[in-house]
Design a protein around this ligand. Structure first.
Ligand code: IFM
Length: 464
C-alpha cells in the first residue's frame, strides 16, 4: 500500500464527520407524502443530467438509513451532516406540514443519537419545493420567509437532539449554477441577474437563524463554499479579473453574514428591495462558520473569442469580466478538479485576515474528491489510495492553518456514500463507501478503513 502523510494530532474536541444531502442519497421521491422539488423537475429536462440520470432512487437511503448509520457508527465519526428535504416537511413549500416527513427525520436523528453520532442538520441543500419555484423561487423575497417558517418546524421537532444547524448549503453554487448558468435546478440563465437569488438566500439564512434561536436551537452556522482565487499571471488585467471573481464567489456570500455589508457597491447596486434592512437580518451572530473547500480557481482577463469551458464545466455567457483557466502541472481528481490541499490552508488564513474578530470558529463542513473507483475486487476490496492521500493532505493543511492561529473545530468528509452528483449524475464517486447502483450494495472502500483506523488511534490516545 502507498504511504500517506500521517494525519496530525487535533485537539480532543475537534469533530470528525461525514456529510451527505437529501436529494443525493434518499431516493423515494414519491413516498411518505413528499412533494415535488426543483430537482425532480430539472432531472426530467432532456439533456440536463448526464446519461439522463435522476435522484429518484439515488442510494435508497430513505429505506436503508439504519444500515448507513451502522456504517457511520463503525467508522467512528463524531457527527453526520445530513440535509432535510423541504418537500418532505412541507410538500407545497409552505403551510401544511407532512407528519410522515418529520417522522422520517425524527427516526434518523434517533438512530444517529443511539449510535453516538451527533446530527448536524442543513435545512436547504438546493432542493426547493417546486411550488415555491412556481411562485418565483429565490427571485421572490417571500421564499426567504418560507425558509424560516420551515426551519422553525424542523427546529421545534428535532432541536432537542441536533448538535449543529445550518440553514444553507453553498448559496454561491446554487446561485451560479442554478440561477446564473442554468446547469443546475432550477435551470435559470440570468447572468448577473442571479444576484437577487443570492440575496434572498442570504436573507432566508438570517431569518432562519432568528427562527432557530426563537425555538430554542443553538450552535448555528452555514456551509458556504470558499476557495482562493489566483490570478493567471502578474499582469494587471489578470489581477483585476481575479479580484472581481473573488468578490463575486467569495465575499458576496461571506461579507453580508460576517460584516453586514456587500463587498462592493457595484454588486449591491444590482439588487432590489430594502437591502440595508435585510443586511441587518443577514448578519445574525453565528456560533461558527462552515467552509466547504474543493479547489482554488485560476482566473485571467477574458480573451477575445476564448471559451471558458473546463474549470466550471460550463461555458460562461459572453461578456463576463473574467475567464477561469486551468492550473498547470497540478494533479486533478477524475472530475477534473485541481488537487491543491494548500488552498485549504490559504483560504482559512484569508478568512482569518479578512474578518479578524468578526470570524467565529470555523468548521470544514465539506472536503472531498471524486475518483472513478473500480467495483469491489474478488475479495470485496475497493482500492482508492488517491482519496486517502487527498484527505490526509487536506487534514495536514487544516492543521497548518490551526498552527497559524485559525480556530478550526472540525472536518467533514464529503461524502459517506457514493451518490447522485447533480448534473454529473452517478459517475462521479465521492464516497468513503462504494455503492453498486444496480444492487445498491454498500462496500466500504480502503479510504473508509483508513479513516476508521485514524479515528480509532485517536480515541486510543484520548483515553490514555
Ligand atoms: O455533491 C456536492 C454537494 O452537494 C455540495 N458540495 C460539493 C459536492 C461535490 O460537488
Amino acid at each position: 500500500m502507498a504511504a500517506y502523510r500521517t494525519v496530525p494530532e487535533f485537539p480532543d474536541d475537534f469533530a470528525f464527520g461525514v456529510a451527505a444531502a437529501a436529494y443525493q442519497i434518499e431516493g423515494a421521491v414519491a413516498e411518505g407524502g413528499r412533494g415535488r422539488s426543483i430537482w425532480d423537475e430539472f432531472c426530467a429536462v432532456p439533456g440536463a443530467i448526464a446519461r439522463g440520470e435522476t435522484g429518484e432512487i439515488a442510494v435508497d437511503h430513505y429505506h436503508r438509513y439504519r444500515d448507513d448509520v451502522r456504517l457511520m457508527r463503525d467508522l467512528g465519526i463524531d457527527s453526520y451532516r445530513l440535509s432535510v428535504s423541504w418537500s418532505r416537511i412541507q410538500p407545497d413549500g409552505s403551510g401544511a406540514v407532512n407528519a410522515a416527513g418529520l417522522d422520517f427525520y425524527d427516526r434518523l436523528v434517533d438512530e444517529l443519537c443511539s449510535a453516538g453520532i451527533s446530527p448536524a442538520v442543513t435545512l436547504f441543500h438546493w432542493d426547493l419545493p417546486q411550488a415555491l419555484q412556481d411562485g418565483g423561487g429565490w427571485l421572490n423575497r417571500e421564499t426567504s420567509f418560507r425558509l424560516a417558517e420551515y426551519t422553525a418546524i424542523v427546529g421545534e421537532r428535532l432541536g432537542d437532539r441536533v448538535g449543529m444547524w445550518m440553514p444553507l448549503n453553498e448559496p454561491v453554487v446554487h446561485t451560479l449554477y442554478g440561477h446564473a448558468l442554468g446547469v443546475h435546478a432550477p435551470g435559470l440563465s440570468l447572468g448577473f441577474g442571479a444576484l437577487q437569488a443570492a440575496h434572498h438566500q442570504l436573507l432566508g439564512h438570517g431569518l432562519s437563524v432568528q427562527a432557530l434561536r426563537a425555538v430554542g436551537c443553538g450552535n448555528i452556522g452555514i456551509a458556504s463554499n470558499h476557495a482562493p482565487v489566483h490570478p493567471a499571471s502578474d499582469a494587471e488585467a489578470d489581477s483585476l479579473a481575479a479580484d472581481i471573481y473573488d468578490h463575486i464567489v467569495n465575499w458576496t456570500f461571506a461579507d453580508p453574514i460576517l460584516l453586514g455589508k456587500y463587498p462592493a457597491a457595484e454588486l449591491s447596486a444590482l439588487l432590489t428591495g430594502p437591502i440595508d434592512d435585510d443586511l441587518a437580518v443577514i448578519a445574525q451572530p453565528l456560533d461558527w462558520f462552515g467552509i466547504n473547500y474543493y479547489e482554488p480557481t485560476r482566473i485571467s482577463a477574458p480573451q477575445a473569442g476564448e471559451g471558458t469551458a473546463g474549470v466550471l464545466e460550463v461555458d460562461l455567457p459572453p461578456g463576463m469580466p473574467f475567464a477561469p483557466v486551468p492550473f498547470e502541472g497540478v494533479e486533478t481528481t477524475d472530475f477534473g478538479w485541481p488537487i491543491v490541499p494548500d488552498g485549504l490552508r490559504e483560504i482559512l488564513t484569508i478568512f482569518r485576515d479578512r474578518f479578524g474578530s468578526a470570524l467565529p470558529p470555523i468548521y470544514i463542513t465539506e472536503s472531498g474528491c471524486s475518483f472513478h473507483d473500480p467495483d469491489p475486487d474478488s475479495g470485496g476490496r475497493v482500492r482508492d489510495e488517491r482519496r486517502i492521500a487527498y484527505h490526509a493532505d487536506h487534514l495536514v493543511a487544516v492543521r497548518e492553518a490551526m498552527d497559524a492561529g485559525v480556530d478550526v473545530r472540525g472536518y467533514f468528509v464529503w461524502s459517506i456514500l457514493d451518490n447522485f452528483e447533480w448534473a454529473a449524475g452517478y459517475r462521479e464517486r465521492f464516497g468513503l463507501v462504494h455503492v453498486d447502483y444496480r444492487t445498491l450494495k454498500r462496500t466500504p472502500k480502503d479510504s473508509y478503513h483508513w479513516l476508521r483506523n485514524v479515528l480509532a488511534a485517536r480515541r486510543e490516545t484520548q483515553v490514555r
